[in-house]
Write a protein that binds this ligand. Sequence first.
Ligand SMILES: [Zn+2]
Length: 75
Amino acid sequence: MDNSSFYDDHKFCPECNDYVTYLISMDSSYCVTCGGVVRLFSEDDWTNFNESLKSRRPKGGRPRKNKTGEDKKTA
Ligand SMILES: [Zn+2]
């Protein structure tokens, strides 16, 4: 078994400062430990995630419109 489904079952709770099991409600997810709102990534992971997205974009080129919206999926 690997950890490929880890992020399916865990989200980051800022209160617990850890990835936790969460409950899903209408528009948010909540930590089962403290009841706080959880997010998909920790602050650091989110920053890294965004940085990696930026760095994948070609620099100095003309901005191109992405008609397919493929960008969002490939994260
Ligand atoms: Zn928590």
